[in-house]
Design a protein around this ligand. Structure first.
Ligand code: ASP
Length: 334
């Protein structure tokens, strides 16, 4: 293994420029970035690879997770760490998916990006990229992390929590892994140790997983409309508080039970940023436990969604997917 770091550019604001319709990925960003970084001292040795079509990450599809993972895996033995430049909108979704696809990673992968494009005044791009590069060259771990603002977070614990702040990401149920100030403070005890590679190469069906947010007035018909799609194999239910939904609504539990009975893996994630689902703390949540809904503990929405996608793309048996979903696989739940 060399001491070099690979930077993979996938798109996002970091590499965008103004257009009449707002920011768009700019052609030739790689050359601009190389020029900018050439003037920065103290960086580890790195190579830069760009995907042929960098995207606004709002356009991300699960298939792109496979593309990004394949780009990393193809070069895995040549680098001691990886930095993935990614749009902020779906960075936490991709970081989560990569963590389940690259289980047992034996070197760090760090996603980062920017709130302000590199080519604009007051951009946060260089600061984020420099810190991510230094961490990717220094950390001895198997983390799929996300660096933004000042902090390195575990990717599958992170969520975009501000559309404007430079500290755009938070990790509500897990501590930061490193803080970058005058010193770089690494919380080594929190890092996932390097593992034995157990990489997956899933072929995703984008229609396999959906998200349903519980809200006052949610009806059985609305649940049926979503779950009647024969392509649907997994559903992330975003419930209230400790994992509750309106069990007084006629037919609502039955509609979910029908979906479970036909093999849809339904998981229950709280709408609260902090804290876990405890199905059964209230009678309104106990009904979900009775029909076979799996609690998502304190996983982020992004992590629950990505975990379900990866498990469904790699296992045919819903019972096995339920068991694995309830198991901590790579630091995604407490
Ligand atoms: N829409 C952009 C993206 O996710 C936002 C960003 O990168 O900050 O690609």
């Amino acid at each position: 293994m060399s001491g070099r770091v690979l930077v993979l550019h996938t798109g996002g604001t970091i590499g965008m420029a103004r257009s009449p319709d707002g920011y768009r990925p700019m052609p030739g960003f790689g050359a601009v970035l190389r020029r900018q970084l050439a003037g920065v001292s103290g960086l580890p040795a790195f190579d830069l690879v760009e995907l042929p079509q960098p995207i606004d990450s709002a356009n991300l599809q699960p298939a792109q997770w496979t593309t990004i993972a394949a780009e990393l895996v193809a070069r895995w033995d040549d680098y001691r760490g990886f930095v993935v430049l990614h749009g902020t909108d779906t960075m936490a979704w991709t970081a989560s998916a990569l963590s389940f696809m690259l289980r047992g990673a034996d070197r760090p992968v760090i996603l980062t990006g920017a709130q302000v494009p590199l080519v604009e005044p007051r951009s946060d791009a260089l600061a984020n990229l420099q810190a991510a590069l230094v961490l990717a060259a220094r950390l001895e771990c198997g983390e799929i992390g996300l660096f933004f603002g000042r902090r390195l977070l575990r990717g599958n614990r992170s969520t975009k929590s501000s559309s404007t702040a430079f500290d755009a990401f938070s990790s509500p149920n897990a501590p930061a892994l490193a803080e970058v100030g005058i010193e770089i403070g690494i919380d080594a005890g929190q890092l996932l140790p390097a593992g034995a590679r157990d990489f997956a190469r899933p072929v995703f069906d984008p229609r396999a997983v959906a998200v349903l947010t519980v809200h006052p007035g949610l009806s059985a018909r609305q649940v049926d409309a979503l779950t009647d799609d024969p392509a649907l194999r997994g559903l992330v239910l975003c419930s209230y508080g400790a994992g509750n939904l309106p069990d007084a609504e006629p037919g609502l539990i039955d509609a979910l039970a029908r979906a479970v009975a036909r093999g849809v893996v339904v998981v229950n994630r709280t709408q609260c940023a902090h804290g876990p689902v405890v199905q059964g703390a209230y009678a309104t949540g106990a009904a979900l436990a009775r029909i076979g809904v799996v609690p998502a503990a304190d996983m982020t929405l992004e992590s629950a969604f990505a975990k379900l996608h990866v498990l469904l793309a790699t296992h045919a048996d819903p019972a096995r997917v339920r068991t694995l979903f309830a198991t901590a696989l790579c630091g995604e739940m407490s």
